[in-house]
Design a protein around this ligand. Structure first.
Ligand SMILES: [Zn+2]
Length: 253
């Protein structure tokens, strides 16, 4: 059985281009309904700021899904000092822990841009895994800091392509990768204008319909939707350097 992780980055709309929160106001409730309809669990990387503004909604997310950390206000961690990164990770973690009542185990750097100081801070705060690298953008190695690495397979816009195309690519992923990690944002479910083409095409109602079709496809293929913390725990067992190396090379993960 093939494992798939659906990861959702919860932040202001299209950061840093817009300063609105329609993704949380309108997109996230529709997304939760869709996941509930398909009984698909997901891992949500939430900014501290989103949890401060929408505590009830994020608490609701944490009851059925996993909540990880996506920074405090979608800041670029690779542009900050080690000290400032630690301060912001501590701040966001404290807010998320308070809102969800759960331990936060995973982190994804905004824009998939961590640096080695990010990983040192995550380890110090007690994180288990990092999801800030992607197959299409491989940065510094979190396993050197004793963190499990889970790499993203496709950028979020992939799930807004016509399903006839995306499902063909997914079929290849399922045939070749031990784990396929998909990324998405609640703001993709509201019609977005005035931003880069890859952020705005097929957003809104059409995005919801396409995501619905992709989930139908994956469920028909009998994939197993896992939370990232489950994958990280499985890999974390005996997370010695040799294992860590294997994990980093494990394609798509
Ligand atoms: Zn983000």
């Amino acid at each position: 059985m093939r494992n798939v992780v659906l990861s959702i980055d919860v932040e202001q709309d299209v950061p840093p281009s817009l300063n609105t929160w329609r993704g949380l106001e309108e997109g996230l409730p529709s997304l939760l309904d869709l996941l509930s309809k398909h009984e698909v669990p997901a891992t949500f990387f939430v900014t501290g700021q989103a949890a401060e503004k929408f505590p009830k909604l994020i608490r609701k997310v944490s009851r059925e899904h996993e909540v990880g950390c996506h920074g405090y206000e979608h800041e670029r961690f690779d542009k900050m000092s080690a000290k400032e990164q630690l301060r912001r990770i501590e701040l966001a973690t404290k807010i998320l822990t308070k809102v969800t009542g759960r331990r936060i185990l995973g982190f994804r750097a905004p824009n998939f841009r961590p640096n080695i100081h990010t990983f040192a801070a995550l380890k110090r705060v007690g994180y288990l895994y990092d999801a800030s690298n992607a197959c299409y953008r491989i940065g510094p190695d979190p396993t050197r800091f004793g963190l499990v690495e889970i790499r993203n397979t496709w950028p979020s816009s992939f799930l807004r392509l016509p399903p006839g195309f995306s499902t063909r690519v997914l079929r290849l992923c399922l045939a070749t990768l031990p784990l396929t990690v998909l990324d998405y944002h609640p703001w993709e479910l509201v019609k977005v204008t005035g931003v880069r083409f890859d952020c705005r095409f097929a957003t809104g109602e059409v995005a919801l319909q396409r995501l619905d079709k992709v989930l139908d496809y994956l469920l028909a293929k009998k994939v197993r939707f896992r939370l990232m913390r489950e994958i990280a725990s499985l890999r974390g067992v005996g997370n010695q350097p040799a294992m860590a190396k294997h994990v980093r090379q494990g394609s798509g993960a």
